[in-house]
Design a protein around this ligand. Structure first.
Ligand SMILES: Cc1ncc(COP(=O)(O)O)c(C=O)c1O
Length: 443
């Protein structure tokens, strides 16, 4: 086939995918069928699919065929587009180990053949069925939390748990204290619930109890949002004494503690969660998004028994119940030890990724935890974070600036690198580009 016609075929198929005429998940013809249909050689058909794969538009699965890929989330995760296959995403963390697709395939087959499927078709109790809550409660023991099954609520991810807690336990106008650099989702929740976020200086290693106390002296604060173990984006783990001091302030000032443990599984040696130290005033939220897979949307909250009915109502108003299929799947993995195994492997994986960072970006001062999936990289004076992000994007590397993390003040010039979503080789390649771009702008 002449070069021009071969290119035309690649162009035609890629356009069909980009325009949505070939939908994600569509099985494409076998190489042989494509060759017959287009009147081309088998080698050319294979080359066509290889090129589409390199563009990130299709995936070839051994023994199964070639499929149109899902678009990759881009930017703030709302705008979706089909990314070039060479796009290196250091802006979002969706850590997945290579064997997880097979794990999912096997679990789905088991569910289809042996699972109780009738219940999937019916409404279920808000926040999970009793046996599922008991399974999550057992899992929370590995986080140092001893909770009763009826203090657990199953949600569609940690952000859903956080939103349900905020909308049911807080009122519009309430002020919530947070670190000046914090997980961006809290800003979206606050905006939608009419909450005011009040920033405390992000001095580390965690929310500052003295600064919180001083703030409460000046004005009415209703709650605190914090990530005592594996703070995102700074990787802090709050020492026990600081947790105790924070709880003492919360008790004295009548504050509700919203504790986010989404990344906590990565640090086994962390002190007890606030929800274990002060269970009567803490709502704990977390999920399997980072330890298993973000696309499953499986999360949970545990809350003092008196607050559970209100959070139930928020779950009812938002999803009624989490999708039973996913809940069954995740509870199966929690129960048979799969989640514990994945957590262990991801702890190793995160450490290995941080080692790559240490080698490639050795010349930079960074803020990070040795077993976390992210790095906070303050930029040299005079280097703008938006310029760095823009230059890297032109080079097919996505990073996040400090802006989405900054609460109520001018964001510092820093970038946040998510390490979990690309292969180790691609991570090294992307970090080298980060180092080169920062160095080229630092003059
Ligand atoms: C600290 C923190 N909390 C919550 C979430 C949301 O997690 P989920 O995907 O379970 O909603 C994230 C996601 O990155 C996060 O970093």
């Amino acid at each position: 086939m002449p070069q021009a016609r071969y290119k035309q075929l690649v162009d035609r198929l890629s356009e069909d995918i980009r325009q949505g005429r070939l939908k994600p998940g569509t099985a494409l013809p076998t190489h042989r069928r494509l060759a017959t249909r287009e009147g081309i050689s088998l080698a050319t058909a294979t080359r066509t699919y290889a090129e589409l794969q390199a563009m990130g538009l299709v995936s070839g699965e051994v023994g199964r065929g070639t499929f149109v890929r899902e678009p990759i989330p881009f930017g703030d995760g709302v705008e979706m587009h089909v990314a070039s296959g060479d796009l290196l995403d250091l802006s979002f963390n969706y850590p997945a180990l290579p064997m997880q697709t097979d794990l999912l395939r096997t679990a789905l087959r088991q569910l289809a053949s042996a699972g109780e499927l009738e219940s999937v078709l019916r409404y279920q109790p808000h926040g999970g069925r009793p046996h599922e809550k008991a399974i999550v409660a057992a899992h929370l023991k590995s986080r140092g939390l001893s909770v009763a099954a009826d203090e657990v609520l199953i949600t569609c991810g940690a952000i859903h748990a956080l939103a349900c807690a905020a909308m049911s336990l807080l009122r519009p106008g309430d002020a919530v204290a947070v670190d000046a650099l914090s997980y961006p989702g809290i800003q979206v929740v606050a905006e939608l619930c009419g909450l005011e976020l009040v920033a405390l200086p992000a001095s580390g290693p965690g929310l500052d109890p003295d600064a919180l106390d001083a703030l409460c002296r000046r004005r009415k604060i209703r709650a605190v949002y914090c990530m005592p173990t594996l703070h995102n984006p700074l990787g802090w783990v709050m020492p026990l004494a600081q947790r105790d001091a924070l709880i003492a302030v919360a008790r004295r000032r009548g504050l509700l503690l919203l504790e986010d443990g989404t990344y906590a599984f990565l640090e086994k040696k962390a002190p007890a969660p606030l929800a274990a130290l002060a269970p009567d005033i803490t709502v704990y939220v977390s999920s399997l998004s980072k330890s298993v897979a973000a696309g499953l949307r499986f999360g949970f909250a545990c809350a003092p028994a008196a607050l559970v009915p209100r959070i139930h109502r928020a779950i009812r108003a938002t999803v009624w119940n989490t999708p039973t299929l996913v809940t069954s799947l995740c509870c199966g993995w929690l129960q048979d030890g799969t989640v514990a195994r994945l957590e262990q492997e991801k702890r190793r994986d995160a450490v290995a990724r941080q080692r790559i960072v240490s080698t490639v970006l050795a010349q930079f001062e960074m803020v990070r935890h040795p077993a976390s999936y992210f790095v906070w990289l303050p930029l040299p004076a005079g280097v703008r974070s938006d310029a760095v992000a823009m230059r890297l994007k032109e080079d097919n590397v996505l990073v996040s600036t400090a802006a989405p993390y900054a609460v109520g003040s001018q964001p510092p010039h820093a970038i946040r690198l998510a390490l979990g979503s690309v292969s180790h080789a691609d991570l090294k390649r992307a970090l080298e580009k980060v180092g080169d771009v920062v160095a080229s702008l630092d003059c």
